[in-house]
Design a protein around this ligand. Structure first.
Ligand SMILES: [Zn+2]
Length: 249
């Protein structure tokens, strides 16, 4: 069903072209598996990921020669899957791409093998992967009461201390944010908040809010460039109408 809707949307779009980006573009990925495990748009095969990284690299080279400036693209990974280390990191390293992994606090010492653990953090640091947080319990923060939010953030701060992490980067679980959430995050030291709001560029509340572009396993050369070139504005418009800003997934 989603594939059908997706292909209809694609047909409504124009051919991609390269334009002059001043700001950085943050792409969102989730799981990068050895092989796509299921039909989820959030689980991409390593082969597809490698294809998309090569497209990004070509785009950066073309942008540099056309506009004589770097096109800054950051690969961000939500949910902290361990398959990032196994399948995505070698590809990113080989192609010298910048990345941020957003980890769910409660998974760090949980022993759940599919998630990045305390022992894995050094691998990220050694490979210049930036580490951000994605909540303590991966709950939608704007759905919480004041007391619940306080508890969630204090649990997160406790685990960060235990794991000896230092970060100002936070990715909103399910994109859920509001002014109260941003105030809590700021007070906890998270001044750089990554949203699920489509696009490039930054908005300012009590914290710096980064827009991002969600990349799916069904994306290809054409759709990746279209998303990065903001040809999905119509999609963003309807998405923002139904869900307001900060949330997509
Ligand atoms: Zn998430």
């Amino acid at each position: 069903m989603i594939k059908k809707i997706y292909s209809i949307v694609i047909k409504l779009l124009f051919r991609p072209k390269l334009s002059c980006h001043d700001e950085e573009i943050n792409l969102i990925f989730h799981s990068i598996s050895h092989q796509a495990k299921d039909k989820s748009i959030y689980s991409m095969s390593k082969k597809k990921f490698e294809e998309l990284v090569h497209i990004v690299k070509k785009l950066q080279i073309a942008h540099k020669s056309q506009f004589n400036k770097d096109l800054k693209i950051i690969f961000t990974f939500d949910d902290g899957y361990k398959d990032f280390i196994i399948n995505a990191l070698p590809v990113l390293k080989k192609n010298r791409m910048n990345s941020i992994v957003f980890i769910i606090g409660s998974n760090i010492f949980s022993g759940r093998k599919e998630f990045i653990s305390f022992d894995d953090l050094d691998i990220l640091r050694e490979n210049n992967v930036k580490i951000g947080m994605h909540g303590y319990s991966h709950i939608k923060l704007d759905a919480l009461s004041h007391i619940e939010l306080k508890k969630e953030i204090s649990n997160l701060q406790h685990i960060i201390k235990k794991a000896k992490l230092r970060t100002s980067m936070f990715s909103l679980p399910f994109g859920g944010g509001n002014d109260l959430v941003f105030d809590f995050l700021k007070n906890a030291g998270f001044n750089n908040v990554y949203t699920s709001s489509y696009g490039s560029g930054v908005a300012f509340k009590s914290v710096k809010l980064y827009k991002r572009i969600d990349i799916w396993s069904i994306d290809n050369h054409q759709t990746l460039i279209q998303k990065m070139e903001n040809f999905w504005d119509l999609y963003y418009f309807f998405d923002n109408l139904k869900s307001k800003v900060y949330r997509v997934k």
